[in-house]
Design a protein around this ligand. Sequence first.
Ligand SMILES: CC(C)(COP(=O)(O)OP(=O)(O)OC[C@H]1O[C@@H](n2cnc3c(N)ncnc32)[C@H](O)[C@@H]1OP(=O)(O)O)[C@@H](O)C(=O)NCCC(=O)NCCS
Length: 159
Amino acid sequence: MNDWLIRAVRRADLDRLTELAGSRERAEVRLQAAERGNEDMLVAVVAEDVVGVVSLRWLDGCDAPNPWLYGLAVVPSARRRGIGRALVEAGQATGAVRGADMMSLDVDVDDDAAVRFYERLGYVIVRPHEHHWRAIDPRTGGITGEGTAATWIMRRQLR
Ligand SMILES: CC(C)(COP(=O)(O)OP(=O)(O)OC[C@H]1O[C@@H](n2cnc3c(N)ncnc32)[C@H](O)[C@@H]1OP(=O)(O)O)[C@@H](O)C(=O)NCCC(=O)NCCS
């Protein structure tokens, strides 16, 4: 039996999300998007400890009109136990409930491990993509950094 549960993020999770999101600012931006209802943000919890996260963007994804799954991460000590799969499947279930036919995401072109992971979950590469990213200061809304990354867009049918 699994010892984790997947649930919607709570503001009290913020401290624990810093490592998983890469910075407190990124975690805060994602949390605020979820609080506004523009995104869903799901966390995996083991013994009340947040060990994984994923976000689902409904607006301004890179493969409209499909929802955009991003920011998936599981802490190293909890990997290869099915938690990453459970987070993606929970995101897919959320997408299906909200009427989506497909789920889209992207992975860096040189990230073979991530491509293999998503292929195990039924995703296929559909096209190359130049992902434009922006880091936003959650207090001011100002852009603190931006750049581009060569990625593959991957998609999976939801129903
Ligand atoms: C990718 C990541 C989320 C996987 O999480 P995880 O909890 O270890 O994954 P799971 O245990 O649910 O694995 C699901 C399947 O993918 C496979 N898999 C997991 N990691 C893999 C890897 N590095 N290489 C190849 N296959 C992998 C597993 O074998 C499993 O297959 P199975 O169910 O058929 O046996 C995790 O390694 C991580 O956080 N990595 C850093 C961030 C990242 O790369 N995010 C995704 C790209 S944005």
